[in-house]
Ligand binder design. Structure first.
Ligand SMILES: [Zn+2]
Length: 545
């Protein structure tokens, strides 16, 4: 049954609002679009530039002429009966940027990096990688390779076959898997195939029993399970026989999906992504620090369900009540307008993210972001209920999405200030920016970091905020600060976040209590912990981006 704790209610709010699938910024910013073509004949005409991402065939590119993206309305404008020009990636080579800058303008740096698409061939355009540019992708790729090289250097320093060596080896494997995932889901399936071969090779190294067995168990656990009779009868009753459901499950995650919309293969792929995310999170952030005082809070059984149903509001309303036995509560009308909602259910205790699938919805994105929330609750808060660090749930959601998919298309905040854009920069600042070419040059990372540096709050101002208070600059800071904790702060960083969640149970003593915890953790003297950690973040972020 649904718990009624505050955090569960805030989760409901969160996911209910979660459908504002990324309305983004002023058009001066880079966008990478996904263009789906009318039919197989059209696809054939562009076959050199069509790539397949999770079953959808598309051209992925950065607009040059004829086509543009309106962030406010989330629609594409393009020449219906004319030519639309885009810079496109080389699917085999993420380092290659098809343009360079001259006086603020992108100019072609080769013959193959541009494609002209006839408007008549276009079926649908979506913002594939919001706020990202092909130059930004090349930069992200370089960072990932650098990280892998650091891990390889670390492995070299360990004597082969020792526990330390195996631990680094396992991290290399999950980072390679992450890279493969990122390449395949952004724009580089050819390069992803090469990395997949490396993963296979590294996996052959016989790993330390526990961790390797755990990863393989999770991976092999994906299976179709019998469809619950209640699910079938509810679907029949409320969908008039039009829709049918199936259930697929892996070790940690269940996907209940409408077969007419999500074929079995896609459900299995989503579970594979989910298990990769969970294993990657564990190998990076739990295993290295596991001890009596730092337990692994991720359960062995399933703890997360995604319900993926048709875009039928009446059916959506009724299935929640009849199949999950949930009530919509006092904000029913508002919640029903959103494509997603959620609750903690049990037994077994699990979180259900309940979605109706609107056009162009980012399935990978909703799995990655949703798991981010749940993993944040489990790993830092100690359980599914009771956590009150909304910024941290968002941060982990953004982090996992950006690490594995190169984008975050799910946002869970309900606050909109018409004077500011989505990431909290005032419009006047942007007008000034437009004079230079910087926004076009900026990739996703620079974009987030710049907003976090300019407008983001300090840690002690961020942590008391509840979801409705999180504005765009807060979200940028949340992601950036979390990335800093993960990539720079090791065990102390993980312990700081656990301490923050523990202290947050009492808002009255949160700030002062955590100041003491942070001071002790980092063994500081004569300096305010919050000021010190802010400086440390600033230094890291300006050095690494
Ligand atoms: Zn969220």
């Amino acid at each position: 049954m649904a718990s009624t704790s505050r955090s569960v209610r805030s989760l409901l709010t969160c996911i209910a609002l979660g459908l504002a699938a990324g309305s983004f910024t002023a058009p001066a910013h880079a966008q990478i679009l996904g263009i789906e073509l009318k039919d197989a004949k059209a696809a054939k005409r562009y076959k050199k530039n069509v790539i397949e991402i999770n079953g959808r065939k598309m051209i992925v590119g950065e607009p040059v002429a004829g086509i543009s993206w309106d962030s406010a309305t989330r629609t594409a404008n393009y020449m219906n009966n004319g030519v639309n020009v885009l810079f496109v990636a080389d699917p085999k080579n993420p380092e290659k940027v098809p343009y360079r800058f001259r006086r603020g303008e992108r100019i072609s740096s080769g013959s193959k990096g541009k494609v002209s698409v006839n408007g008549a061939d276009i079926a649908y355009v979506h913002a594939h990688l919001p706020e990202q540019s092909l130059m930004g992708l090349a930069g992200e790729y370089a960072l990932r390779i650098e990280q892998l090289e650091n891990l390889e250097a670390q492995r070299k320093r360990c004597s082969k076959g020792t526990v330390e060596w195996f631990a680094v080896q396992e991290r290399i494997v999950v980072h390679l898997e992450r890279l493969e995932n990122w390449l395949r889901r952004t724009a580089f399936p050819g390069a992803a195939d090469d990395v997949a071969k490396d993963v296979k090779k590294e996996r052959k190294v016989k790993l330390v029993d526990g961790v390797d067995a755990r990863a393989l168990r999770a991976k092999k656990s994906v299976e179709k399970i019998p469809t619950p009779a209640l699910l079938e009868s509810c679907a029949q009753e409320h969908g008039g026989g039009k829709w049918h459901f199936r259930t697929h499950q892996s070790q940690h995650v269940r996907i209940t999906h409408c077969v007419e919309l999500i074929p079995d293969e896609v459900a299995a792929n989503l579970l594979d992504l989910a298990e990769r995310l969970i294993e990657g999170f564990r190998v990076d952030l739990v295993d290295p620090y596991r001890s009596d005082t730092f337990p692994d809070n991720i359960p062995d059984g399933w703890f997360q369900e995604f319900f993926l149903g048709p875009n039928d509001v009446v059916m959506h309303e009724k299935m929640w009540e009849s199949y999950y036995a949930q009530s919509w509560g006092p904000r029913k009308a508002e919640r029903l307008q959103m494509a997603g909602t959620g609750a903690n259910l049990g037994p077994p205790l699990r979180r259900v993210n309940y979605w109706r699938l609107t056009d162009g919805i980012d399935l990978d994105g909703l799995v990655a972001h949703g798991l981010g929330h749940t993993l944040a609750d489990l790993h830092y808060g100690g359980g599914l209920a009771g956590m009150s660090q909304d910024w941290l749930e968002e941060a982990v959601g953004y982090y996992l999405s950006i690490e594995y998919l190169g984008r975050n298309n799910v946002t869970c905040h309900g606050h909109y200030d018409p004077e500011k854009d989505r990431y909290g920069k005032s419009k006047r600042d942007q007008e000034e920016k437009k004079k230079g070419d910087k926004p076009l040059r900026m990739g996703l990372r620079d974009f987030f970091v710049e907003h976090a540096l300019a407008d983001g709050p300090r840690y002690e101002k961020l942590i008391p905020k509840i979801r409705f208070e999180l504005n765009e600059a807060d979200l940028c800071k949340a992601w950036s600060f979390y990335e800093f904790i993960v990539k720079s702060e090791g065990e102390k960083g993980q312990r700081l976040l656990r301490a923050t969640c523990k202290r947050a149970r009492n808002k009255g003593t949160l700030i002062n209590g955590l100041r003491e915890d942070g001071t002790a953790l980092y063994e500081l003297a004569d300096v305010d912990f919050y000021k010190w950690i802010e400086e440390r973040w600033r230094n890291w972020v300006t050095k690494s981006s």
